[in-house]
Design a protein. Structure first.
Length: 474
């Protein structure tokens, strides 16, 4: 009776062992079946293309080399490449147009040989499409001729693209919308056509492939909107040039004529047009070298022209100033920039401080702030020796003490020297015993104004640089 538990345990262990053996047998059998199945399918794919594979757009799943070769050949015979163009236009290049011929030269077999039939499982999860190039031949001349005759290259039908532009109106600048057109960039398209034919592709969309020549910007571009805003800022400027007797207002009606926009949307100022405008404007400002009516100390009126005195606009500098003002959108009143100024902006810009030299009378007057400071006879340039003192309105360049005047054949010391026209100036001439009269006709100076020492000294003591000096004949 004591041995029964042992027998029961042994029975249970034998049952478990039998059950385990059965499971092992099932697993071994399953593995064997799967291995046989795997090897069988691998053998199948040794002569057939993987499932899910495609070559040059043709379904190659389960096909043999011979079957695929026939399919590619058949497709080549009816091959058509379609060009999808703008506005729904479609054009075709057919096999017959270019004498397309199938010539695989064992390339399909080579592709099949490159596939490892034992890796078929991986293709179930990652099917791949393959391309075989150069399995067809074509007539290049026929292709080029057909390509050149495509409608998209017909000059009568080609619409040139036009960039965004800007138009001035009374209310400011407006954007003139771009024209997209339908002009095609032929070289890259031709290359794509060749590649498509060789690889069996059947469509080329010119839009998605970016073969159209498009404007660089469109009207809704941020850059275009910014340029429009900048143009309107510029024409909002208002510059008032003030001068004696009037003013000149420069605003949008003139400014817009000076503005243009380049292909990169940069605003260009026409500096030549601005200079032309300033040239006309200068007539209200420039007095340099111009003829003036001058009321003499004798009460007569003479016309004097020439000389280096007067207002002179620095045109290049004023162009830069004007452009800067316009770019700032400013509203200002201004005078132009001067390279030289005069004492007065009155019609008579000489003012009331000046030296007057009547070379006919051989007499000099010096006025300061309207008061006569001194006057006296002088001797001017020697007429007989062609040293006549030039007429004109000049400005005193500087004044100097104890100068030595040098020229051809002479060197003369003077106490005071006041040049106004190059080396021509007013100075004392202590060597002369007489002044005035007709001395200047035959015994005049080399062009300078020879003065009695006291006259020259008085002028020197009261005059400043830039004082007008008027030399005239009467």
């Amino acid at each position: 009776m004591e041995m029964q538990p042992v027998k029961r345990n042994k029975s249970r262990m034998e049952a478990k062992s039998i059950k385990l053996n059965k499971h092992i047998n099932v697993i071994i059998t399953s593995i064997f079946i799967l291995l046989v199945l795997y090897l069988g399918i691998s053998i199948y794919f040794s002569t057939h293309f993987y499932f899910g594979s495609a070559i040059n757009g043709i379904n190659a799943s389960g096909k043999t080399v011979e079957q695929l070769d026939k399919a590619v050949s058949a497709k080549s015979e009816i091959y058509t490449l379609e060009l999808e163009e703008r506005d729904g236009v479609k054009e075709q290049i057919k096999a017959s147009d270019i004498s397309l011929k199938y010539n695989a030269n064992d390339k399909i077999q080579a592709l099949k040989d490159s596939q490892n039939s034992f890796k078929w499982i991986s293709t179930l999860f990652n099917p791949k499409a393959s391309k075989i190039n150069d399995i067809v031949t074509y007539d290049e001349k026929l292709l080029k001729k057909h390509f050149d005759n495509l409608t998209c290259f017909d000059n009568k039908k080609v619409i040139e693209p036009q960039e965004v532009s800007f138009k001035y109106s009374d209310t400011g600048y407006v954007i003139v919308k771009e024209v997209m057109g339908n002009k095609v960039s032929s070289k890259p398209l031709y290359q794509n056509v060749v590649n498509a034919i060789l690889s069996g592709e059947t469509t080329i969309n010119l839009e998605t492939k970016h073969y159209y020549i498009n404007p660089k910007y469109i009207s809704s571009s941020k850059e275009v909107i910014n340029t429009k805003s900048l143009l309107n800022k510029y024409i909002a400027s208002k510059i008032t040039y003030t001068f004696k007797g009037g003013e000149e207002v420069l605003d949008a009606s003139l400014i817009h004529n000076w503005l243009s926009v380049d292909k990169n949307l940069a605003i260009i100022f026409d500096e030549n047009e601005i200079k032309n405008y300033l040239s006309n404007l200068d007539n209200n400002y420039d007095t340099y070298g111009k003829q003036r009516e001058f009321i003499t100390s004798l009460g007569t009126t003479v016309k004097v022209s020439g000389g280096n005195y007067g207002w002179l606009v620095e045109r290049s500098g004023e162009v830069a100033d004007l452009i800067g003002t316009i770019k700032g959108g400013q509203t200002i009143a201004k005078e132009p920039r001067y390279s030289q100024t005069a004492l007065s902006h009155d019609i008579n810009d000489i003012g009331n401080t000046y030296v007057e030299i009547n070379m006919t009378k051989q007499h000099l007057w010096f006025y300061k702030n309207g008061s006569l400071i001194t006057q006296g006879d002088v001797v001017t340039g020697n007429v007989s020796s062609n040293y006549t003192t030039p007429t004109g309105v000049y400005k005193l360049l500087y004044k100097e003490k104890n100068a030595t005047l040098k020229g051809e054949g002479y060197s003369v010391p003077v106490n005071v020297f006041m040049p106004f026209n190059g080396g021509i100036g007013i100075h004392d001439a202590s060597w002369r015993k007489a002044f005035g009269g007709n001395i200047y006709l035959t015994n005049g100076s080399h062009g300078c104004i020879n003065s009695p020492p006291s006259l020259a000294q008085t002028i020197y003591d009261n005059i400043e640089a830039d004082t007008p000096v008027i030399c005239y004949l009467q």
